[in-house]
Design a protein around this ligand. Structure first.
Ligand code: SF4
Length: 472
């Protein structure tokens, strides 16, 4: 984004503070545009004015121009967005649009293999810190060089409903496949110095995004500029060399492209970058070695600027580290990962079950919840809104405060759900014991500092006998 201050955006807004965008003031809306948590289209008055008068239309145009991301956003299929990056380092803002992971099928594979691979991509999901991590799409590779066969397999794969990449350098094969699935808006791979004219015609005819491919960055820039001049969305493939010095050169090309796009503000090359870890399968060696290198290459470019990649291995030991790494790289550092506060029932608790409390920092919550679930113990878990902070920090910062705990207990009506008045607090919140007893009127039991010891702690301390001292 060219602008760095909300004031520059504010100057182009109507300035009426009407609140239609969901924010109290135009300045607040401008600040949210700047951190990309609001969209220009949400200012309906500006959109309406732009339809009626030229001055407002000019302002809208300027606003769109100055708030466009540094790296183009490209849409594949219905709504898979790639690119859209603003910064070179995540801590400078955040990285938008996680690396899209596509897995290949070939049109020479037998039907059963194609179905198995597509199903793995569609069905994959891994629960991680409160959400399911999934895979993005399927790349259909034309290895038959037969237009009909390629089109038939593309159609079959499109039936799985995931975004697709059509992979062929042969324009005749590509055209046949586009006739079959062009309406699904696949990404087409790849226009090269040899075939670009045919691919340009296809990209225009079917309105699909295209990958341009060359190791020579001047050639890559020239191809990208040509397609962009025709308003075609472009993805850059600087060619992934999977081993030795070649891998080092690949890394250098990727870095150079992204630095030129963001620091040099080069509008020809400010496109999402494709990396193809699948190239590891072209290196001599056994399958385990190929999978290993494919995973290493994918991991490297998830960290550094790969916006989309094609991978061959659909084994869990390849996929799991990649989706986990991607999630961590793309988590917004400005927002603590948090869960909804409230009351959670663990393992069908009843009126005699213990009441425990934790924070709404996602990592803390899911650790406590899964430790309780796996221990088999049942309980009521109060989740306090600590603005996504963990126990120790929120106790120190005042977000884990006795009055907030009392309010949560009232809101969740926990007193009506149990026939006792004991609340188990985390060991790290022990210093609040007295203040919590005063505020809530409940007896506060200090639990372990590590929720992994909750099972043993509950076995020793629950139920607390009347007048019996509770062990810690
Ligand atoms: S809708 Fe537009 S004019 Fe109204 S407050 Fe929001 S930014 Fe301002």
């Amino acid at each position: 984004m060219k602008v760095k201050s909300p004031l520059e955006i504010y100057k182009l807004l109507p300035g009426t503070n009407c609140g239609e965008c969901g924010f109290d003031t135009c300045m607040s809306f401008a600040a949210h545009i700047l951190d990309r948590s609001a969209k220009i289209e949400d200012c309906k008055p500006l959109i309406e004015q732009a339809k009626k008068n030229d001055k407002a239309a000019e302002k809208l145009k300027k606003l769109i121009e100055i708030t466009a991301p540094e790296v183009d956003e490209v849409v594949i299929g219905k709504d898979l967005k790639i690119g859209g990056k603003e910064v070179l380092h995540r801590h400078e803002l955040t990285f938008f649009n996680p690396t899209a992971l596509f897995f290949d099928v070939c049109d020479t594979m037998d039907e059963k293999t194609i179905d198995e691979r597509c199903s793995r991509v569609v069905e994959y999901k891994k629960f991680y810190v409160g959400k399911y991590l999934t895979l993005d799409g399927i790349a259909v590779r034309c290895t038959s060089n037969n237009p009909d066969q390629f089109a038939e397999v593309a159609k079959k794969v499109a039936g799985y409903g995931k975004p697709i990449i059509l992979v062929s350098l042969n324009a005749e094969c590509m055209e046949k496949a586009l006739k079959a699935v062009g309406s699904d808006k696949p990404l087409i791979y790849a226009a090269t110095p040899e075939n670009w004219m045919d691919f340009l015609k296809l990209a225009k005819k079917y309105s699909v995004p295209v990958v341009v491919r060359s190791k020579d960055l001047n050639m890559l820039k020239s191809l990208a500029a040509t397609f962009k001049a025709h308003k075609i969305s472009v993805v850059l493939d600087p060619v992934t060399e999977p081993a030795g010095k070649g891998l080092q050169r690949t890394f250098e090309r990727v870095i150079q492209i992204r630095r030129t796009a963001i620091l040099g503000q080069d509008k020809d090359i400010n496109c999402p970058i494709m990396v193809t870890p699948i190239a590891a399968w072209t290196v001599e060696g056994d399958d385990i070695g190929k999978m290993y290198w494919e995973t290493v290459i994918a991991a490297l470019f998830i960290v550094k600027y790969g916006d989309i990649m094609i991978i061959h291995s659909v084994e869990p030991h390849t996929i799991m580290p990649l989706v986990t790494l991607r999630e961590n790289i793309y988590t917004d550092p400005r927002t603590p990962v948090q869960v909804e506060p409230g009351l959670k029932a663990i393992n069908n608790p009843d009126k005699n079950s213990p009441v425990l409390i934790t924070t709404n920092f996602a990592l803390t919550y899911y650790t406590v919840e899964s430790d309780l679930q796996s221990s088999g113990a049942s309980g009521w878990l109060l989740v306090l809104d600590t603005e996504g902070l963990g126990v120790e920090v929120s106790v120190a910062g005042g977000q884990f405060a006795p009055e907030k705990v009392k309010q949560l207990m009232e809101e969740t009506k926990i007193a009506e759900k149990v026939n006792h008045r004991y609340l188990v607090i985390p060991g790290l919140a022990a210093r609040l014991q007295g203040a919590l007893e005063d505020e809530t009127g409940w007896k506060i039991l200090v639990g372990p500092t590590d929720s992994g010891r909750l099972k043993a702690w509950l076995e020793q301390n629950w139920p607390p006998g009347s007048g019996v001292e509770v062990k810690q």
